[in-house]
Design a protein around this ligand. Structure first.
Ligand SMILES: NC(=O)c1ccc[n+]([C@@H]2O[C@H](COP(=O)([O-])OP(=O)(O)OC[C@H]3O[C@@H](n4cnc5c(N)ncnc54)[C@H](OP(=O)(O)O)[C@@H]3O)[C@@H](O)[C@H]2O)c1
Length: 289
């Protein structure tokens, strides 16, 4: 029997952002429903129910959102039909009576964004706007957690990012900002771009990683041709490879370089910088040690 006092649902509950938001809400005494495609992987928290649903399954999503007022919609795993899946989730929310959607988008979301996945986010945002629900878009920059993973075992960070910089943000700061938005009705129709406190070039990122790992890590700026060629051996679809490569291209063009004050404004604390992040999360670079 569903708990009738539940007003907030958090999707992506088995993942990093969704899981961290769910923990924060539970810590604030919020009664919530945590939604995940594999519910057994979702955290068990005080005041929280868990529901299993994938965005691909509109009916399961609608059941999972029954009685919910505010939905935190975490963007799903990249897929060729990702926008369709997001639209499904939005339709399910509207049918279930959800009044407000807080969508986790990406900085610079736009129809012509260099980063092809940022176009998916824009189409999802447009879909939400058109459905007439109240909404807030929380657009995060690249996660700091991603950066060590770009370095190969040989200590070389190969990417077509040129001399561009990225204002990467920590998951913790994203979760704090989202929680703040969810707990306050005052963010109607806002788009918030969340970044770290600095924009780092890949040469600077390599330097930080050299310092913490104690081994030389070099940045090799790939050409686009090299980038596509070096990733052609992965067992991946063309759209997926294009997503990876264009994420670096967007850094080269400067589209991910803007530093915002939004984390501080929404949370009351400054965003974590990359050096601090590495100090707190050494597991993210263990493959390099
Ligand atoms: N800003 C960035 O650098 C960046 C990088 C990568 C991805 N992203 C996007 O940001 C989102 C959140 O990041 P994160 O680090 O929290 O990711 P994460 O740890 O991989 O968590 C993603 C969550 O979304 C769920 N999910 C994935 N596809 C779904 C679908 N089709 N229907 C319903 N639920 C689905 C996952 O369920 P399972 O546990 O069952 O998989 C998981 O709970 C990602 O899902 C992705 O869209 C952003």
């Amino acid at each position: 029997m569903a708990d009738s006092s539940i007003t907030v649902a958090v999707t992506g509950g088995s993942g990093k952002v969704g899981g961290q938001v769910a923990h924060r809400l539970a810590g604030r005494g919020v009664v919530q429903r945590i939604v995940a495609p594999r519910p057994e992987r979702a955290p068990r928290l005080p005041g929280a129910e868990v529901a299993g649903a994938s965005y691909a399954d509109r009916h399961a999503m609608q059941r999972a959102l029954d009685g919910v007022d505010t939905l935190f919609l975490v963007s799903g795993r990249e897929a060729s039909d990702r926008v369709r899946q997001h639209a499904n989730a939005v339709d399910a929310a509207v049918a279930a009576g959800v009044e407000r959607i807080v969508y986790l988008s990406f900085v610079g979301a736009g129809p012509k964004a260099t980063f092809t996945f940022a176009r998916d986010h824009w189409h999802t945002e447009e879909y939400i706007r058109a459905r007439g629900v109240r909404f807030t878009f929380v657009r995060d920059n690249m996660y700091q957690a991603m950066l060590p993973g770009f370095v190969g075992k040989d200590g070389c960070l190969r990417a077509p990012a040129g001399t561009g910089a990225v204002a990467a943000v920590a998951h913790d700061d994203v979760a704090d900002a989202v929680t703040s938005v969810l707990l306050d009705e005052a963010h109607q129709a806002e788009s918030y771009e969340l970044t770290g406190p600095e924009a780092l070039t890949f040469a600077q990122i390599a330097k930080h990683l050299s310092e913490v790992t104690g081994r030389p890590i070099q940045y090799h700026p790939e050409t686009l041709e090299e980038a596509y060629l070096s990733r052609s051996t992965y067992d991946a679809h063309d759209w997926e490879v294009a997503g990876w490569v264009t994420s670096f291209q967007a850094i080269a063009t400067g589209e991910l370089a803007e530093v915002t004050d939004t984390v501080r404004v929404l949370t009351g604390h400054p965003p974590m910088d990359f050096r601090d992040y590495l100090g707190r999360c050494p597991q993210t670079y263990q493959h390099l040690v």
